[in-house]
Design a protein around this ligand. Structure first.
Ligand SMILES: [Zn+2]
Length: 237
């Protein structure tokens, strides 16, 4: 199905020397009508947008052409990349978001995401390990799209990386954990402390691969899963 085309003024040419290297997935935290209003509101004091919005019935809306940078990532980092708007395509999934109404992404939405995501990934040669959630690139600010997205199913189609949850805990100190997170791409500093930044990055990882532990991301099973993920990503390099 072709996306329905709308136009958002909230975009800019990609910065010189940059191109699409990432696909970033979000949830909207509001309904479809409100989403489309916000993402096309050029008069907003904090203008935002995304390239695509996928409604709960699976309908796809395109708001910004892919050659332009949409304003969906904000202050964000991954590995050596900073300010990911200019390096990415952003897809917003309509969902009420974390809170009382957070609910599984619908089958129609997930299917539409798979189809659209694979198409984007192929056209821009985006590696699987560069298909990430907003929480991954801005862990202290964002928690979307969160643990109810079927990350394993996406990864089974090459969209993102995923490893099975490791049931056997691994003991790892904060420094070791920070080095692993950094090597994967998360923006954390090696402080040797269980600081807020590291806890947030671990939680972002747990949304994707260890959802049982999102309330205690220092659980040894998260460490074990992180080590396995690190190995998986490096096999693919
Ligand atoms: Zn987001």
């Amino acid at each position: 199905m072709l996306p329905r085309s709308l136009s958002s003024p909230n975009c800019a040419p990609r910065k010189d020397g940059t191109c699409v290297r990432f696909l970033i997935i979000h949830y909207t935290a509001c309904d479809l009508a409100e989403t489309l209003r916000i993402l096309t509101d050029g008069a907003s004091p904090r203008p935002v947008s995304a390239h695509y919005v996928i409604a709960e019935d699976g309908e796809i809306f395109q708001l910004v052409p892919e050659e332009m940078a949409a304003w969906h990532a904000g202050t964000s980092y991954w590995g050596a990349y900073e300010g990911l708007n200019t390096w990415s395509i952003g897809i917003e999934l309509v969902n009420p978001g974390h809170g009382a109404s957070y609910r599984p992404f619908t089958e129609a939405q997930t299917k539409a995401l798979l189809e659209l995501g694979e198409d984007i990934q192929e056209r821009h040669s985006i590696p699987a390990y560069h298909v990430l959630g907003h929480a991954d690139i801005a862990p202290t600010r964002k928690s979307d799209p969160g643990e109810l997205l079927d990350w394993a199913r996406l990864a089974s189609r090459g969209l993102g990386c995923h490893v099975p949850f490791e049931e056997t805990p691994l003991i790892m100190d904060a420094e070791g954990c920070q080095e692993l997170l950094r090597d994967i791409g998360y923006h954390v500093h090696v402080t040797g402390e269980r600081d807020e930044e590291t806890t947030a990055a671990l939680r972002a990882f747990a949304y994707r691969c260890a959802p049982l532990c999102i309330h205690d991301p220092w659980d040894g099973r998260v460490m074990a899963t992180l080590l396995s993920y690190h190995a998986r990503v490096h096999e693919g390099l």
